[in-house]
Design a protein around this ligand. Structure first.
Ligand SMILES: Cc1cc2nc3c(=O)[nH]c(=O)nc-3n(C[C@H](O)[C@H](O)[C@H](O)COP(=O)(O)O)c2cc1C
Ligand SMILES: [Fe+2]
Ligand SMILES: [Fe+2]
Length: 387
């Protein structure tokens, strides 16, 4: 598919894909993007997942017409982008493969030492002239994997951003970019805020007309908004002053408390939403927890510990460097409630969390004192948000 006279894409859009990387539900499918640059020299940028090999090779062949590719540029060796390298090189054996030292080490690990006999090893800032256009390489280690690099085309000011600036859903999917990009961001690189910031510094001074990520739609008018949004996420800053109430309940009593708190907050015009962790995928709950400034964890005690969905949620938050948020707890139990202790223990290493509110404890079902405590917590949260 032609984007400009120079830029074509051979991307795969799979509306049926329901699980990405073995853990992220993709209700709107997924795209694996690949680009072809046509100039005096021809560069193919990345491949796609194994499942789409034949379709992708056909797309490449159509774009190339009778010409042969000069370069295969490998921005990222994760198999959703690299699985078809061998098949590509069998079809186009004279292609020079462009990557960095780490790229080729990984390529050999996946395909054996004989892979890519014709190699060009690039360093940070190296340029690759294609004719009228020049690609420049910027390393982006840990903006998903250690070998990741981006490239920038100087004339048309295009950033080929690897996994950065991607989102879940096919390119055509009618989804809210920010919602699906946030869930993708925290899922995939949430742990690596500092490497993302380092990478953003490198591209900060570049004029960017277009961002071509490896997943999701190409960006043009919204490049700067996307850069600003990713910068904010990389600093772990809240986007929304408001409250996420994350709830883990077996029989519904704890959920009733969570819902009462949400209603009371809404009455006070506080932005608040609750998620039932048993019925919401953890990737959504994690993204929402990072979006909001305040988090309330409402959990049953389960065999002296937390209910599994709450434990799972907190593990994922911690794994993604959850920090700088205000947290409150509602715990429930029937004989030895212990959820509050476990929540504190699991989040103990998260920097900058503040816990200014008294825990609310429910034995069995809410009664008048707990209802009043919830109403008080709503008031305190509203005050905290007003500061
Ligand atoms: C398998 C299982 C294990 C439990 N373990 C504990 C426990 O260790 N300590 C406790 O106080 N309550 C324990 N409970 C009781 C629940 O925490 C309690 O009934 C709670 O009120 C349930 O809230 P819910 O209606 O929101 O599910 C357990 C319940 C179940 C089903
Ligand atoms: Fe990746
Ligand atoms: Fe990817």
């Amino acid at each position: 598919m032609k984007i400009t006279d120079f830029l074509y894409q051979a991307s795969i859009n799979d509306p049926q894909l329901r699980l990405f990387e073995g853990q992220y539900p993709t209700e709107a499918g997924m795209s694996m993007n690949s680009y072809v640059l046509l100039d005096e020299k021809i560069a193919v940028l990345d491949t796609v997942d194994q499942a789409y090999q034949e379709v992708w090779l056909k797309k490449i062949q159509t774009i190339l017409a009778e010409r042969k590719p000069d370069y295969l540029i490998v921005h990222h060796m994760e198999p959703d982008h690299s699985a078809c390298i061998q098949a590509f090189l069998e079809r186009y054996p004279d292609t020079e493969v462009v990557g960095n030292v780490k790229t080729f080490a990984m390529m050999e690990a996946f395909f054996g030492e004989a892979i890519a006999p014709c190699r060009r090893i690039v360093k940070e800032g190296d340029q690759l002239p294609l004719g009228n256009h020049i690609l420049q390489f910027f390393f982006a280690p840990m903006v998903h994997w250690p070998e990741v690099m981006m490239s920038y085309e100087i004339k048309e000011q295009i950033l080929f951003s690897a996994d950065a600036f991607g989102r879940f859903g096919t390119q055509q999917a009618d989804v809210n970019w920010v919602e699906e990009a946030r869930r993708y961001y925290y899922g995939i690189v949430g742990k690596y805020g500092l490497p993302v910031q380092n990478c953003l510094k490198k591209v900060a001074d570049l004029p960017i007309q277009r961002i071509c990520p490896l997943h999701g739609p190409l960006l043009s008018e919204t490049c700067q908004q996307a850069i600003d949004r990713v910068a904010l996420w990389s600093r772990y800053q809240a986007e929304t002053s408001g409250v996420l109430i994350a709830c883990s309940s077996v029989y519904g009593h704890t959920l009733q408390a969570a819902q009462r708190l949400a209603e009371k907050l809404k009455e006070k015009n506080v932005l608040a939403e609750w998620v039932d962790l048993n019925r919401t995928d953890v990737s959504w709950a994690v993204a929402k927890a990072f979006q909001y400034s305040h988090l309330v964890c409402a959990s049953v005690t389960y065999n002296g510990d937390l209910f599994p969905s709450m434990r799972h949620f907190l593990y994922h938050l911690k794994d993604r460097n959850f920090q700088q948020r205000t947290v409150a707890v509602i715990e429930s139990g029937s004989w030895a409630p212990n959820a509050d202790n476990r929540i504190h223990a699991l989040l103990a290493d998260c920097p900058g969390l503040i816990w200014p509110f008294e825990k609310i404890q429910i034995i069995g079902a809410m009664k008048a004192p707990q209802q009043e405590a919830i109403d008080r917590l709503a008031e305190q949260l509203a005050q905290s948000l007003a500061q």
